[in-house]
Unconditional design. Structure first.
Length: 116
């Protein structure tokens, strides 16, 4: 096991012996070249870095498209238990709460349904 090695915004948390079906993109080719075996790199999620679903950042051309994109993002992040916040046009900078899980995603969908 390696010490945590900072790789930009992602932290390398572990080296694990490669198992069948893992992506070759995760292989530590340096270990292979030194004859040390097939190890894969596993990265930890950065702590304190939640995702932000912002109405202003949605690529949709129309209001309904942006709402649909926000709903899809909230459902996806909720299912993955990724912490996120959702910002709507009428929100104040501090009013967007951060949460995770499907219950929080459902609360976000309710906010979308009430959005003007």
């Amino acid at each position: 096991m390696a010490d945590n090695i900072d790789k930009g915004k992602t932290t390398l948390s572990d080296w694990i012996i490669m198992s069948k079906g893992e992506s070759l993109a995760r292989v530590s080719w340096g270990h292979v070249a030194r004859g040390q075996g097939m190890f894969t790199k596993h990265f930890a999620d950065p702590v304190g870095h939640e995702q932000t679903l912002d109405y202003a950042d949605m690529p949709g051309a129309h209001h309904e498209q942006k709402l649909a994109q926000l709903a899809h993002g909230a459902l996806t992040l909720g299912q993955l238990d990724v912490p996120f916040q959702m910002r709507l046009p009428n929100d104040t900078p501090t009013s967007a709460a951060v949460g995770d899980g499907e219950t929080f995603a459902q609360a976000c969908l309710l906010r979308l349904a009430k959005a003007p």
